[in-house]
Structure formats: structure tokens, C-alpha cells
Design a protein around this ligand. Sequence first.
Ligand SMILES: [Zn+2]
Length: 395
Amino acid sequence: MSAEWTDEKRKEMLASFFKTAKSEFNRCLEFSMTCENKTIRAHSIQNSRILDNLVVDGHVTMFNLRIDKEKGAQVDYALVGRNNATTFSGLCSDHDNTIFKPIDDEAIDLKNKQHLFLLAYRAVHRELHATMDAAVKIQSSYIKKTELGLDPKDVPSEAGMIAVQKMMISWETYRYKTDFDMAYIKKDFDKICHNTFVFELENPTIAVCALFSVDNHVANDDALRIALNILPISQTQTFVVISYRDVDSLHARAALDRVLTSNGFHQRYELSRFILNNCENFVMSPTYVDSWTDEKKKEERKIERIKIIRIDDEGRLHLHPEEMEFNHIYRSAAEVHWNEETKSLYSPKPCEWTYIDWIRQILGAVRAEYGIELVIDENTSWENIRLISNSMKEN
Ligand SMILES: [Zn+2]
């Protein structure tokens, strides 16, 4: 199989795949790329045993990162039914079952190489599907535009360039996936390396299944890619599995240095940076998110909208309120400060907490000291929380 998988062949195969897709990409992405079965909404994060630990009334809070032309990177979040959370239509039911059965049916074992491989493999499938879906959507809108005479056909236009760029990202992701496919076919699980941790937490807050490219790190002529799974396996334990190809291990360990060499709270903080900067596919516990924007509290208290959330060059988290000033916030003795110049509330660079913990801390300090509820909504812009996932949706 590998001998015949020349780049040319793969390109052809991928091109034919794109042709069959209309405005939404839903083809089974099993390794031979020949399956024509109908796709299902496959779970990237296991529903019954993993999501279960975050669910409230059948829902989790899902984050959606998108680029708004005027406002830049935006983060939306919404309650999503557990059956729809983190699903992707990139596998048929047969292949989803046969490939991922071991991690769906058995309790995840961090010493089991097949389990760890499959967790990463699923993240790779999901990312490939997301990049193909993005490429198809952009491509079809571009074609429509040229048909309507809105974009010139022969001259390179911006829309055309973006379409090509999306196809390239998709192609690179596909090529990357073939390394996982070969390892899967040969059961050569050592081709993928992992770092695993267990967090003992009071309440699970987050689940992640993502493959992302690490900025400024090139490995083997391609952007370095790392898969991340964060799985709350019970109310008190969360598993973290970080995976990369063995050929990338030197680069990956260098990029992950701060995550790998820290521990406890500090490690959680470093990981939270990774998630905020790179991941698109994650869900959180609604109870946890509710603590930021409690509807009932909003009714009783004065509300101030947060305009911008950003991380500055020194790693400090800033919240910019719309109008109000909070120059007495230091009285709350919560390590939250007011910057008169930037008109923002800020926290020190986290060393024991994650950014998410600090957002909560700042909201809590303002609530306690001023009786004002800071609100994060769909107009809040998230800055310098860089989103480099290949598959970001563009609006
Ligand atoms: Zn299939």
C-alpha cells in the first residue's frame, strides 16, 4: 500500500473526494478512502463515559471559534445537547465502530498503546474532516461567486487564493493522516509517541479532542502537529494524552517543554494556554461556565459588558470593561488589579491557576467589591488568544 501511495495518487484521490462533496463535507475518511457508506455524526469525545462527567440536564457548553471580518477572532459558546456535542460527519457507522471500538467499549487505559493511539487517531480524523469541510465550503462559495460574475475566473482573486489555501491545508492534513493510517494498518503503534498525565480534580471542567499545528515549529517540512485529548473519566479524575509522530518527537517535546516539565497547578496553567491558543474542539461543564455569567445574578445586579479579553506580552490576562472603571479593585485583595492606562482589569501571569480560573477570579472580585456583574457575551472580542487551528470557520 505505501509504495503505491505516491503524492500524485493521493492528490488525485483527494481531488475526486472534493468533487463529490457539495456544500457540506460528509464522506467516510477511513484509511482506504473508498468507503461510500453514509456518514454518521461520529463522536470525537466519547459520549456515555466521558461527556457524562460534564453534562448538566443533558447538555454541555461548547465553544466555537470564528473569525469575524470586523471584530477579529470571536468565541461563541452555547449549550449543546450531549448527542450533538463534538460530533463530526467524517465516518460511517461501521468504520467508526470497528476502528474505535477499543476506546469506546473499554475503560481507557493510559498504559495501553492501542488506546493511546486511537485517541490521537480520532483527533486526526476530526481535524481532517474539519479542514475538508472548510475547504469545500470556501470552494463552493467561490465557484458560486465566479458563476455570478462576482469574482474573475482567470485572474487570481483573494477569494480564490483563500480557497486554494484551504485546499492546501486540507491536503497537508490528509498527508499527515496517512502516517497514522499506516501505523493503524500495521498495528505499529510505536510510530506515535505520547505523554500522559492524570489530574486529580474536585470537579471536571473540560473535555478536548483536537489536532493542532504549533506555530513557529516546523518538523519534517511541515508545521509541527500535536494531538491533545483531555478526558474527564470520572468526577475526580481527568486524563490528559498528548500525542505526536515519533519523527516529530524532538520538535514536539521542545514545543511542549513547559507543559512537560511543570506539574500540579502550573502544568494545568500551561495546558490551558495550549487549549486557548490552539484548540477548537472542546466542551466545558455548564456548571463551570455558568459561574461566569449567571442569568439570575444578572437580573439582580448591575451589569457591565466585557469588551475585550486578551493576554498581554507578559502573559497577564486583561479584561476590558465597556465603560466602567474599577480603580479600587485592589481592595478586594484577590490579586486583581486595574490598569489606568489600558483601562483594564488584569491578573498576574498565572502560576497556579489557568486563565479560565483567572477569568472567574476577576469576575468574582468585581462582583464582591462593586456588586457588578461582568458579562462575557457574543460581542466580547478575544485578542492575542491566538487561534491557529486550521479548520476555523470564517464568517
Ligand atoms: Zn466507512
